[in-house]
Design a protein around this ligand. Structure first.
Ligand code: SF4
Length: 220
């Protein structure tokens, strides 16, 4: 299975090239992006981050002190801006209550302990937590999502009905714990799910067509 995953990764990488995730000026900006990106395009997240930056609120201290109404106004492009403001505030509350507002201290915790703490923060789900751990904390944890489920079930490597933890376990079991690999592999899966392996897949242009159970089956 490891060899198969490596072939998939190499095929995707040759097709899409390096995805360069995750570009941000500071770790805090990356965390804000991870929280805001739920159910909205990355372009809209960037608009909200630019608004926060121009308002000089893109530090833990300043955002923690800012009025909720002001944050809501600035992050309006991300939809569900009231709920997302509450999530940002919940994260900041956790950061200041548990780690004195210090991200370095937070990321010094062991992986599983930090994951458990972050999962207990209001509104921050597994995918967001794991994105923060991988892309900001550089922990070797594989981020999975609905694109992963769709692609790997169509490839015939995972059942469609599988839990988040089981999907993640599949990658942890079959790949070396390599942060850079996990970072790029998830980004490649995102590119395929977003551009080609959509609900109505464009198998003709898919770099994985030769390896895919669904594509090969439809030829028969
Ligand atoms: S060949 Fe088609 S179904 Fe298979 S992964 Fe590619 S786009 Fe998805």
């Amino acid at each position: 299975m490891r060899q198969k995953l490596e072939t998939i990764y190499n095929s995707l990488f040759s097709y899409f090239g390096p995805r360069n995730w995750w570009q941000a000026k500071t770790p805090f900006e990356m965390i804000v992006g991870a929280i805001l990106t739920q159910a909205v395009s990355w372009g809209n997240v960037q608009k909200a981050i630019k608004n926060l930056e121009e308002a000089d609120l893109l530090t833990p201290e300043k955002l923690f002190q800012a009025e909720e109404e002001r944050i809501e106004e600035l992050i309006k492009p991300t939809r569900y801006f009231r709920m997302k403001t509450k999530k940002l505030k919940a994260f900041l509350n956790y950061l200041f209550t548990t780690h004195q507002g210090d991200l370095t201290q937070m990321f010094n915790l062991p992986l599983l302990e930090l994951r458990e703490q972050l999962l207990s923060v209001y509104g921050i789900g597994r995918e967001t937590v794991d994105s923060i751990l991988l892309y900001v904390g550089n922990f070797p944890i594989f981020v999975v999502d609905e694109y992963t489920r769709r692609i790997f079930s169509r490839l015939g490597l995972l059942p469609e009905k599988i839990s988040y933890e089981q999907m993640q376990e599949f990658f942890h079991t079959n790949l070396p714990p390599d942060t850079r690999l996990f970072n790029e592999f998830h980004a490649q899966i995102d590119a395929l799910g977003n551009q080609i392996c959509r609900p109505n897949p464009d198998c003709m242009h898919c770099p994985l067509a030769q390896l895919c159970e669904k594509a090969q089956g439809s030829k028969i």
